[in-house]
Design a protein around this ligand. Structure first.
Ligand code: 13P
Length: 252
């Protein structure tokens, strides 16, 4: 696994942040500038209203979106296309987040269409999967995650450069709870096997992020688990200091 891409630490701001929050992108850039030997890539995914300004503010930090429509253009009020994102310098998009699956009834088949649209435009797709508390308690975590991956990531066109998988157990998001290191290891190992089965050599190189209550104090442990190739961070990504504490703990 020597040719694995650099780990990725991505911040999902969700529906948080007014214009003033862009100072956090500036602050992150300053921190990167004084730490030249970072062992990970960094990304911020602000709300759609801030994407354009964020791409202007960001130099080393990649800027990603949190959702997209699969069509190139057309009568889809309120939606944004992948080409609109690349047009303003966005390089990635989070797809299939559990909050979109829950709040908007997004199904894996729709996520797969959006992944294909991301590839059409040259965007990195960060595909989120994860089980609920009930599913884990019923012993279904692995089944649920495997099905989400198989149904959300199209075989054709997907490779290690355009797909990142984010395993985010729903019950760990915003709760302060995290799975045990063994549970993370087991799930990420299973995801790796699945990706190798689907994508052969590329499956070996696709980054698998862990997400759910990642913070500076648990990052070293979680990021140290085999097959954990970075983090998708919610709450702790809103402030550059908190976000960078994760990087310092795991990737300096
Ligand atoms: P928290 O880090 O706030 O738990 O959120 C995780 C998440 O949903 C990132 O996409």
């Amino acid at each position: 696994m020597t040719d694995l891409p650099k780990p990725l630490v991505a911040g999902n701001w969700k529906m948080n942040g007014l214009k003033a929050a862009l100072c956090e992108v500036d602050a992150l850039e300053e921190k990167i500038a004084s730490h030249l030997n970072l062992k990970c890539d960094l990304m911020i995914c602000p709300p759609a209203t801030l994407l354009c300004s964020a791409t202007i503010a960001a130099k080393k930090v990649e800027i990603g979106a949190q959702n997209v429509h699969a069509a190139f253009s057309g009568a889809h009020t309120g939606d944004i296309s992948t080409e609109m994102l690349t047009d303003i310098g966005v390089t990635a998009v989070i797809l299939g987040h559990s909050e979109r699956r829950a709040d908007h009834g997004e199904k894996s088949a729709q996520v797969a269409e959006k992944v294909a649209a991301a590839q059409r435009a040259g965007l990195l797709a960060i595909v989120c999967v994860g089980e609920t508390k009930e599913e884990r308690e019923a012993g279904q975590a692995l089944n649920v995650v495997s099905r989400q991956i198989a149904d959300s990531i199209p075989i054709e066109g997907s490779n290690a450069d355009n797909i990142v998988v984010a395993y985010e157990p729903v019950w760990a998001i915003g709760t302060g709870l995290t799975p045990s290191v063994n549970d993370v290891a087991e799930m990420h190992h299973s995801i790796r096997d699945l990706l190798k089965g689907m994508f052969e050599r590329d499956g070996d190189k696709m980054r698998i992020l862990y997400g759910g209550s990642v913070k500076g104090s648990n990052a070293a442990e979680l990021m140290g688990v085999d097959n954990v190739n970075g983090a998708l961070v919610g709450g702790a990504s809103l402030k550059a200091d908190d976000f960078f504490a994760i990087v310092e703990a795991a990737y300096l």
